[in-house]
Design a protein around this ligand. Structure first.
Ligand SMILES: *Cc1c(COP(=O)(O)O)cnc(C)c1O
Length: 372
């Protein structure tokens, strides 16, 4: 066993403390800490430009953004979604009393398999909720065709696709709505935070109400909302972190290349995050381990790397369709989700962040290669 410094799965992108301090002085002087302050407004405008979208609303985290976005669309009944995602995606449905109908995933992109959506549509279906898994965009064109045919809304969990473009179109412009997460572990962060981008201008007012208790003015509360506002301190952090994102993407691009060249000849190891350059969010670096070809399982490799103080993550694990409270759903049965059930035993997210040293990448890859 090599006694060495630990290598973690990610490190947050942190701005220069002095730059944050200068901006915080403005906040202190204004004594305006939250509720549609000027910093929130600056950040909103910067993000609209960066993500190249018409409409954007900020939230205290990605989960409440998605939860209230679904609410704003007034969905009912059933929503077709993927079991291979972070719990937040399906829990946002739960909190809206919407039933997830699990659809299997495409083995190459690990996003919703568009060819399997249509048979799941019933008279209760009101929307399709796709996840751009590990930065791989969903089959947005096929999904939109199905949605148009059955008059369904399309919502994307874009937590892994900050800055991603598809066919030269910024990803937040697809579907009716896209959620972004600005959690500390995401490429762009506001410590905690999130946003919705959306097509329908008329949702601007409704989303503002929903994230502030439905308070329309000092005299009137017009709907049942929540407290889901992004505060001024979060906005300040975001404004400074945003300046670092392009450099971080370039660093991550180099690291991705280094991983890929070290791993390209290893039988049974497949790199899942494929997009490059301006198309990619460089959010994660995820591999898939085919036990038959590689000779060892994902779980074995996860433990082996730990011996070298390399901390990887079985991401996503467990499958959302295995949650105890969905066991009554037919769509959650293992037989209906063969690809998702296989994938969940094979994926491993490797350490990935701009400051990761190339020697560390080599060390990690050596453990993977020498384990055959
Ligand atoms: C991070 C993440 C979320 C949750 O976002 P928060 O900002 O932490 O609430 C939702 N979905 C996916 C796919 C994520 O990776």
């Amino acid at each position: 066993m090599i006694e060495d410094e630990s290598i973690y799965i990610t490190r947050p992108l942190l701005p220069n403390l002095n730059d944050v301090y200068d901006k915080l002085k403005d906040v202190w002087e204004s004594k305006w800490l939250t509720n549609s302050g000027p910093q929130e407004d600056y950040l909103k405008e910067e993000l609209k430009q960066y993500l190249q979208v018409e409409n954007l609303s900020l939230f205290n985290n990605g989960t409440s953004a998605l939860l209230l976005g679904l609410r704003a669309l007034k969905l009912t009944g059933e929503v077709i979604t993927t079991p291979f995602t972070f719990p937040a995606t399906v829990q946002a449905l739960d909190w809206n009393n919407l039933t997830p109908i699990f659809c299997d995933i495409d083995p190459a992109t690990l996003t919703l398999d568009a060819a399997k959506i249509e048979p799941l549509i019933t008279e209760k279906t009101t929307a399709i909720l796709g996840v751009h898994t590990f930065g791989n965009p969903c089959d947005v064109e096929q999904i939109q065709l199905i949605a148009n045919k059955y008059n369904l809304k399309v919502i994307y969990d874009g937590a892994h696709t900050f800055g991603t473009k598809l066919n030269n179109i910024p990803i937040g412009n697809y579907g009716d709505m896209t959620m972004f997460s600005f959690h500390a572990t995401k490429l762009f962060n506001t410590v905690e935070g999130g946003a919705l981008t959306f097509r329908d201008n008329s949702l601007v007012g409704r989303l503002s109400l929903l994230k502030n208790f439905g308070i329309a003015n000092p005299e009137e509360v017009v709907l049942s909302g929540l407290n889901a506002k992004l505060n001024e301190i979060q906005a300040v952090i975001g404004l400074e972190v945003l300046k670092l994102v392009e450099t971080e993407r370039k660093k991550r691009h180099k690291i991705k290349r280094a991983y890929e060249s070290c791993l390209k000849d290893v039988p049974g190891i497949n790199v899942l995050t494929k997009l490059e350059d301006e198309c990619s969010s460089y959010q994660y670096f995820v591999i898939q381990i085919d036990e038959e070809l590689y000779g060892k399982s994902r779980d074995w490799l996860h433990e082996k790397l730990k011996e070298y103080n390399v901390f990887t993550r079985k991401y996503f694990f467990p499958l959302c369709s295995d949650f105890e409270w969905y066991q009554h759903l037919e769509s959650a049965c293992k037989e209906n989700l063969p690809i998702a059930n296989k994938t969940v035993t094979q994926v491993l997210a490797l350490p990935y962040y701009g400051e990761l040293q190339l020697e560390s990448v080599e060390k990690i890859c050596k453990v993977i290669r020498d384990s055959i």
